[in-house]
Ligand binder design. Structure first.
Ligand SMILES: Nc1ncnc2c1ncn2[C@@H]1O[C@H](COP(=O)(O)OP(=O)(O)O)[C@@H](O)[C@H]1O
Ligand SMILES: [Mg+2]
Length: 156
């Protein structure tokens, strides 16, 4: 077990959030589960798009709100889910993500709604509003093996 660490960054624009997320996505691989937590409009989907880019997904990642799960081909399968409308364990299991997690990167928006049902996330990302329209605060928690040096100069 590597120690769990937290990295914090201010973002001043959607592009900056996307590029910061890209630096994290570049470090992820099969079996990694990413929990995205933040209010409506915080930037979870923007962050997921950046993760996808870092994982080699060529098309832009879109919100899975209505389809619940979208799948992309990157360096490995990328499964992007929205838990906003899920209610309970059977809804979570219905997404079929547990079976596929070992081979994929799984990204879950509104993960706080299903934390009791999903497996332990490798990385948890909290996005909070700042003082201006485009300011956000990103807090990323996970093993130092994944996060060491993340968000330092030269990345994003
Ligand atoms: N720094 C920022 N990071 C991310 N999104 C931002 C930022 N500043 C403004 N935005 C805007 O906030 C919105 C975030 O939307 P979205 O990613 O769909 O949120 P969520 O998925 O959390 O509901 C987008 O319209 C985006 O352009
Ligand atoms: Mg979203």
């Amino acid at each position: 077990m590597t120690p769990v660490i937290t990295r914090k960054r201010r973002s001043r624009s959607p592009d900056e959030t996307e590029s910061l997320a890209g630096a994290l996505g570049a470090r992820l691989g099969p079996g990694d589960l990413v929990a995205l937590i933040g209010d409506l409009g915080a930037g979870k989907t923007v962050f997921a798009r950046g993760l996808g880019a870092g994982l080699g997904v060529m098309s832009g990642v879109k919100s899975p709100t209505f389809v619940l799960v979208r799948e992309y081909a990157g360096r490995c399968p990328v499964l992007h889910a929205d838990a906003y409308r899920l209610d309970g364990e059977s809804d979570w299991e219905g997404l079929g993500l547990d079976e596929r997690q070992a081979d994929s990167v799984v990204i879950v928006e509104w993960a706080d709604r299903v934390l009791d049902h999903m497996g332990a996330p490798a990385v948890t990302v909290r996005i909070e509003d700042g003082a201006t329209d485009e300011e956000r605060f990103l807090t990323v928690t996970g093993p130092s093996s994944l996060l060491e040096g993340l968000f330092e100069t030269g990345e994003g």
